[in-house]
Design a protein around this ligand. Structure first.
Ligand SMILES: Nc1ncnc2c1ncn2[C@@H]1O[C@H](COP(=O)(O)OP(=O)(O)OP(=O)(O)O)[C@@H](O)[C@H]1O
Ligand SMILES: [Mg+2]
Length: 321
């Protein structure tokens, strides 16, 4: 198996007004080529920060430490120019709001040609033809007409399909989708997820899909990584983690939502207590103040993120068993 993303003790700290914000701490995560990873966690757990780091799109106020490799390249050992080139060629993104990806005053066709500006040796008319084929591939009927239209002439679902087509036109080795269905109604959401599922064969690489929704993880993903307050608490194959969750946080998430697979919801279920602020992190295990299975060591020693069955889990209780 080839790791396409490999993160080792990777952390992100923002320079905030009230001092440093350690938004992501000590993440160890590997994604193999060809797989779809679901990244889940409550609001503020650091999902967008982590995928922005993968895309080399963090704001200037963010400092990173540890290692984040894309293929053989240590992303943050590269120059800014090399990182930018990597983003244009090997990484592509679909965001929550398809409007941000599309310019409202330029026709779809011209935009999809422009997205391919790094592809050498193909003429403009060939790029337009590639764009037309890609629109058809993401299930847009009459793609030739769509190419001549402006973004506002398309529904939200169609715009999101265009955004997916745009991302795929650069032949990325990694497609990163940060809650791409949040702005869509449930039917359109299901359609977009179906498209991504169908496209997985066409993407010569891997997909990272950020979501609040365990139902989406179950339907779409091969692997899942669960974040809590800036740390990865559990990761592994979807079948394993959803059937046999080992971390008390993952268990709580799933237990609060018994119908998780049949009726996907847009928000995570409620667990008693609140997520700690990055300014006041508890000692020991990050989840210990809310954990029903807490033991003494949890309040003083941070658990290591260790292999357990086919997963990796950061929990003293798993270590002990
Ligand atoms: N530019 C920034 N400057 C300072 N702090 C930031 C910045 N961006 C994010 N943060 C903080 O980092 C933490 C993680 O935020 P992030 O947006 O990555 O979480 P998230 O899991 O994507 O949340 P959501 O589900 O709401 O999208 C939060 O505490 C947030 O306030
Ligand atoms: Mg986010």
């Amino acid at each position: 198996m080839t790791a396409i993303i490999d993160m080792n003790d990777f952390s992100i700290t923002y320079a905030g007004e009230r001092g440093p914000v350690p938004a992501v701490r000590g993440v160890n995560l590997t994604l193999e080529k060809g797989r779809i990873l679901g990244l889940v966690g409550e609001s503020g757990s650091g999902k967008s920060s982590l995928v922005s780091a993968m895309l080399a799109l963090l704001p200037k106020s963010a400092k990173v430490s540890g290692r984040l490799s894309i293929g053989a390249d240590d992303l943050y050992a590269l120059s800014e120019a090399q990182r930018r080139a990597m983003r244009g060629q090997r990484l592509a993104t679909v965001s929550q709001d398809p409007f941000t990806a599309l310019n409202p005053v330029i026709r779809i066709g011209a935009q999809l040609v422009e997205f391919q500006h790094r592809l050498k040796g193909i003429s403009r008319s060939q790029k337009l033809e590639r764009a037309r084929e890609m629109l058809a591939r993401v299930g847009i009927s009459d793609p030739g007409t769509r190419l001549t239209q402006y973004p506002h002439q398309l529904s939200g679902g169609l715009r999101q399909r265009v955004a997916i087509a745009a991302a795929l036109l650069v032949n990325p080795s990694i497609l990163i989708a940060d809650e791409p269905t949040t702005a869509l109604d449930a039917t359109t959401e299901a359609e977009v997820i179906e498209i991504i599922r169908e496209l997985r064969g066409a993407v010569d690489g891997s997909i990272v899909f950020v979501t609040h929704d365990m139902g989406v993880v179950a339907r779409l993903c091969d692997d899942v990584a669960v974040m809590y307050a800036g740390e990865l608490v559990e990761s592994g194959p979807v079948a394993e983690v959803l059937e046999r969750p080992q971390h008390p946080y993952t268990r709580a998430l799933l237990a609060c939502d018994p119908a998780r697979i049949e009726t996907p919801s847009r928000s995570l279920p409620t667990i008693p207590g609140t997520v700690p602020s990055p300014h006041a992190l508890p000692a020991g295990c990050i989840f210990s103040p809310r954990c029903g299975a807490v033991i003494d060591i949890c309040r003083s020693v941070r658990p290591a993120f260790l292999p357990s069955d086919q997963s990796r889990v950061a929990c003293h209780r798993t270590e002990a068993s």
